[in-house]
Design a protein around this ligand. Structure first.
Ligand code: ARG
Ligand code: ZN
Length: 875
């Protein structure tokens, strides 16, 4: 069944309040929910009420306290239909269901993870708890009473503020929670269990005292202290930057081991995958610290962009997700280094969103139709969605952007809004016309932006010809040119931004060119000498840039551009072009040498002590194999990509031998571990240098020594990955892997790293290794993190082995997908997206991938989730 945006209409009934009682027992739970509701004005009195359900069993049903006779309703597992409800005025419907959280392997609705009862309701999980109008535009206030055995669950939590609690007979107890803010049911949460807690508090700008708590499994709460710190910083930041204060007396986070996604913004009670909460120096990398900070902030920021203002329907998902990603990116940029954060976000966008937008799973930021909404929590909705918000900020400027946000909060607080509502706030506050800009939400695909520049010394002018092209993903109305904000600078010989005297052609405001037609020109006049064009600064629009700049221009920009993002961009484009060239010569079997100028440029960035170490580390980190493949685009031979990338690593390693060795010493740090960005940046640079040193010297000994001496997970895991990726058979590598296992085998989160790092080793033999790991006693298909670590990493993070020429990589993943799908369709569907670029490989692999996808498509019992991904991948 296909759901379409144009079919939206409001519900026939509205729900004002929900009084729920959930009684938890070993093996089952009883849910009683009293809905105070009424027929919407205008709904015909003969219209039946149809509540959503999913695998539910109805145990009782009453209207205004009186049981309903059987002929008045029909209860099915996925629907409860009730006839002849009052024509006008409020009524109370009491719906009782009995569910089995222990048997819920889909991890949607109410389930049990390591003994803890918890919920996940977004997008459509609430209907697995009780019959309801499970859609985001039905907003109600909730009062929730939870009852459980006191020993099994001393902690009982739900949304809102605590209201009452007390003992019950037979060793049981109860707690009542009141959430005064009307909300859709996807924001409902309930948690019960024997949990530890880290407590803290926060006073908001207007003086509200908020009790903060992070709940964990027993013994783990000390590992939540960085998350708590990130939470308090997020609360302060949202007050300062967006004027948004927290609004309840408590804010709680619960860390759960078995979780389908990263985390969930339930009102006042965020539930997290424990990997985004629990950290310490011995078990977490610097990347994990940054990830925790981001996700904690993201979920907290949803309190305003998601909870207080929610979405009218699921097509508007980007309204809360794109905006909240933008907000968490800005938070990280303010807390850490802005250029470093921007580079990282752009790399993520290109690594995940670009391939999605350029393959069969392509969809617009606001999709027009779906079969399974859970498959649209994508990089396009999240990351490209964030880029659209960023472009609005670029078009309006910071001040008018903030005014638009203020208007949005003021006008739509308490509502379920649409993208149009959001855009209208910026049009009004910014006094701009964003109707053309709206195309970004509805037209899928990555536009190409072509830039040609011509300097006329006699006339002292620089003429830019700008062209946009969108070849794929026509919206219903065809492809229209979009409004592309292009930030730019004209760089003079000493690395200063030159000023120009006149400008004509396309609209230019400050340092932004507004390209609104298919092709436009801009002429800058009064330029005494030829500037270097620094275009698309800070990646001001999510496009593919094709420019006529020369290799020489790029290398000069890499040294001179005052915009740090574009300095990185210039060198990284040179590196990419070189990797593309080297891959092409590797696949045609001809030997080639990596351009020494590019190696030199990388080495000199590494050695440049004026630059932030983390920025240097980012420059040194070559594009991944799938990114190189994407740049090549078709007929890809992943073995050639791998060979070319390795050649480059070696060439740079050899060219910079002394520099990299010296850097390792210079960046070393004897102080106790600190997760602060400056310390993390030094480790990042030292570890980038380690790989170049080891590969350049073709010697595992240096990495083995670092592994043995490491005093934190970042240094230990970096050394281990250099060992097993570059020297997989060396005794030092085999030993290190075994030592790592012995040291950390009691720690689930570290064991995920142990599985993942092995699944990522870029060689065909990794398939045999993962098949062994599948029977390891610690491997299980029921914990999503473990499945993602082994199967997910193999399929999405290992170009060489997954795309093995014999097709065995595809076939193995295909079989795993069927096993996972029987337990947890959402996880299966997510892992299956690894096939999204199958058409871009060379013929033999393409045929093998297609055969596996067709085999899957022919299976009779696929979940809707997996079938949707498989069918769309084949189309
Ligand atoms: N709203 C959550 C977040 O981004 C994610 C929920 C994901 N849900 C899903 N069905 N995939 O913070
Ligand atoms: Zn989110």
């Amino acid at each position: 069944q296909i759901i379409r945006l144009e079919d939206y209409r409001p519900s026939d009934f509205v729900i004002h309040r929900v009084d729920m009682t959930v009684r938890l027992f070993e093996g089952f739970a009883e849910v009683s929910s009293k809905l105070t509701m009424e027929r919407r004005a205008g709904t015909s009195p003969s219209t039946a009420l149809v509540l959503d359900g999913d695998e539910l069993t109805l145990t009782a049903l009453a209207l205004n306290g009186t049981p309903l006779p059987a002929e008045r309703y029909a209860a099915k597992a996925d629907e409860l239909r009730i006839e002849e409800l009052p024509a006008a005025g409020p009524f109370e419907l009491t719906v009782e269901t009995r569910i089995a959280p222990e048997a819920n392997t889909k991890l949607m609705g109410l389930y049990r993870s390591n003994g803890i009862w918890c919920t996940q309701c977004e997008a459509e999980g609430f209907r697995r708890i009780t019959y309801y109008l499970d859609r985001p535009d039905v907003l109600a206030v909730f009062r929730v009473r939870v009852e459980a055995d006191r020993r099994a669950a001393p902690i009982l939590l739900s949304n809102g503020n605590p209201a009452e609690k007390g003992p019950l007979a037979e060793g049981r107890h109860f707690a009542v929670w009141d959430d005064p803010f009307p909300k859709p049911c996807y924001l409902f949460a309930l948690v019960a269990g024997d949990l530890d807690a880290l407590h803290d508090s926060f006073v908001t700008a207007s003086g509200r005292d908020v009790a903060l708590a992070i709940y964990t499994e027993k013994g783990l709460s000390p590992r939540a202290s960085y998350a708590m710190d990130a939470l308090k910083r997020s609360m302060t930041w949202d007050e300062r930057r967006f004027g948004r204060e927290y609004d309840l007396d408590v804010f709680s986070i619960v860390a759960i081991s078995d979780f389908n996604m990263g985390a969930m913004e339930n009102k006042g009670l965020n539930v997290f995958n424990h990997r985004y909460v629990l950290l310490d120096a011995d078990t977490a990398t610097d990347a994990d610290y940054a990830g925790v900070e981001t996700v904690i902030a993201h979920e907290y920021f949803h309190n305003w962009t998601g909870d207080r203002i929610t979405c009218r329907d699921w097509f508007q998902l980007c309204l809360k997700e794109g905006l909240t990603v933008f907000r968490d990116q800005e938070f990280s940029a303010d807390e850490r280094s802005r250029p470093v954060k921007r580079i990282a976000s752009v790399r993520t966008l290109k690594a995940h969103q670009y391939p999605e937008d350029q393959g069969p799973l392509q969809h617009s930021v606001r999709p027009h139709e779906y079969r399974e909404i859970n498959n649209f929590y994508t990089s396009t909705v999240y990351e490209k969605g964030a880029e659209l918000v960023r472009m609005i900020e670029t078009i309006l400027g910071r001040t008018r952007f903030r005014a638009g946000m203020d208007l949005y909060f003021e006008r739509h607080d308490g509502e379920a809004a649409t993208v149009e509502d959001f855009i209208r706030c910026f049009e009004e506050a910014g006094e701009v016309d964003l109707s053309q800009f709206m195309l970004w939400y509805d037209q899928a695909g990555t536009p190409t932006l072509t830039v040609e520049s011509a300097f006329d010394a006699k006339a002292a002018t620089l003429t830019l010809t700008l062209r946009q092209e969108l070849t794929r993903g026509a919206a219903k109305t065809g492809i229209e040119p979009m409004h592309i904000p292009i930030r730019f600078g004209l760089v003079g010989p000493n690395g200063e931004d030159m000023s120009f005297e006149t400008v004509s052609g396309a609209k230019v405001e400050g340092d932004v060119i507004h390209l609104t037609r298919r092709e436009e020109r801009v002429v800058f006049g009064g330029l005494g000498n030829r500037p270097l064009l620094s275009i698309l600064r800070d990646f001001s629009a999510p496009v593919t840039l094709i420019s006529d700049e020369t290799e020489q221009d790029r290398l000069a920009l890499a040294r001179l551009d005052p915009n740090p993002f574009n300095r990185w961009r210039a060198l990284s484009d040179s590196v990419s072009a070189e990797l593309k060239r080297a891959t092409e010569s590797a696949s045609s079997g001809s030997a080639s040498r990596i351009n020494p100028d590019i190696c030199e440029a990388l080495v000199s960035v590494a050695a440049d002590g004026r630059l932030d170490p983390e920025l240097r580390a980012q420059t040194l980190s070559l594009p991944g194999e799938s990114e190189i493949a994407r740049l090549i685009g078709e007929n890809i031979d992943p073995d050639a990509v791998h060979a070319a990338r390795n050649d480059m690593l070696r060439a740079v390693g050899e060219a910079g031998r002394e520099v990299f060795s010296a850097l390792r010493a210079e960046m070393a740090n004897d102080a106790p571990f600190s997760p602060a960005p400056e310390s993390a940046g030094r480790r990042a640079l030292a570890n980038a240098a380690l790989e170049y040193v080891a590969v350049g010297a073709k010697d595992p000994a240096i990495a083995a020594r670092q592994f043995a001496a490491a005093r934190n997970m970042t240094d230990r895991l970096s050394a281990l990955s250099v060992l097993i990726n570059h020297f997989p058979e060396a005794p030092a590598s085999v030993d290190a892997l075994a030592l790592f296992y012995e040291r950390h085998k009691g720690d689930t989160l570290v064991m995920d790293k142990w599985f993942a790092i092995q699944a990522a080793v870029p060689r065909p033999e990794t398939l045999e290794a993962v098949r062994q790991l599948e029977s390891h006693p610690l491997f299980t298909l029921t914990t999503p993190n473990r499945v993602r670590a082994l199967v997910g990493t193999f399929a999405s993070g290992n170009q060489v082995a997954f795309n093995r020429a014999d097709g065995d990589g595809y076939r193995w993943v295909g079989r795993k997908l069927l096993e996972i799908d029987r337990l947890n369709p959402q996880v299966a569907a997510r892992v299956a997206t690894a096939f999204r670029s199958w058409r871009s490989f060379e013929a033999k692999r393409r045929a093998a991938a297609q055969a596996t996808l067709e085999d899957l498509a022919n299976q009779p019992n696929l979940s809707v989730d997996l079938r949707d991904i498989v069918d769309r991948s084949l189309r």
